[in-house]
Design a protein around this ligand. Sequence first.
Ligand code: ADP
Ligand code: MG
Length: 242
Amino acid sequence: MIALAGVHKSYGSYEVLKGIDAEVARGEVVVICGPSGSGKSTLIRTVNRLEEIGSGSITCDGNNIHQPMPAKELNRLRSRIGFVFQSFNLFPHLSAIDNIAMSPIRVKDIQRDVAYAKATKLLERVGLAEKANAYPAQLSGGQQQRVAIARALAMEPPVMLFDEPTSALDPEMVGEVLSVMKGLAADGMTMMCVTHEMGFARDVADRVWFIDQGQIVESAPPEEFFSRPQTARAQRFLSELR
Ligand code: ADP
Ligand code: MG
């Protein structure tokens, strides 16, 4: 579903991604972990081209993401790749349900009543049916992040990317967001998740990528990664988490 080949990226003379070769299969859940500053956000942002790359290629669902294309085509491709950020990024002047229904109406030309029926279903799916008319400021962080996930799902993307979706949340709200993500994984969504939630990685990931200094230095099923990390860097990372 996603293939990265020889991906390099620099900011000025600083090389952030130093040759990434990796694949994510359809329906696979990959958790990306590694030290702060190792390039996790940069990597995941290149997949929907929020960041340009210096060299290499990235394909997602059969599309070559970094080839030259008109802005309209890029927007169409981006709408097929759901992205959930650490900060929830909801439109503050729109209610929860309006946040969710807006893009399908504007970008996909879906009829209003169809889009709102779908948005209602998505609110149920993330456990917020009763909050349809609440504005973001009236919702907790965990609720806002669940609306943000529903908003991404409204475009029916075959792939979902998450960049530390629970890092900005109070601890008591982490579980409700992780449980929505677990549900998505159980439904067969292809997911790339940057997260420090190692319990989630153990329970849900098919594979863990450990990134250090711009390279994937380990890629293994969670039971293997957590019990037998192969590199000293991963061993140190895991021991510091505990
Ligand atoms: P992570 O998500 O693993 O913490 P990032 O991908 O955010 O790491 O950043 C990797 C490195 O790239 C860091 O050293 C960071 O300071 C640098 N970096 C990130 N974004 C920019 C930018 N826009 N300009 C310059 N340097 C950046
Ligand atoms: Mg980051």
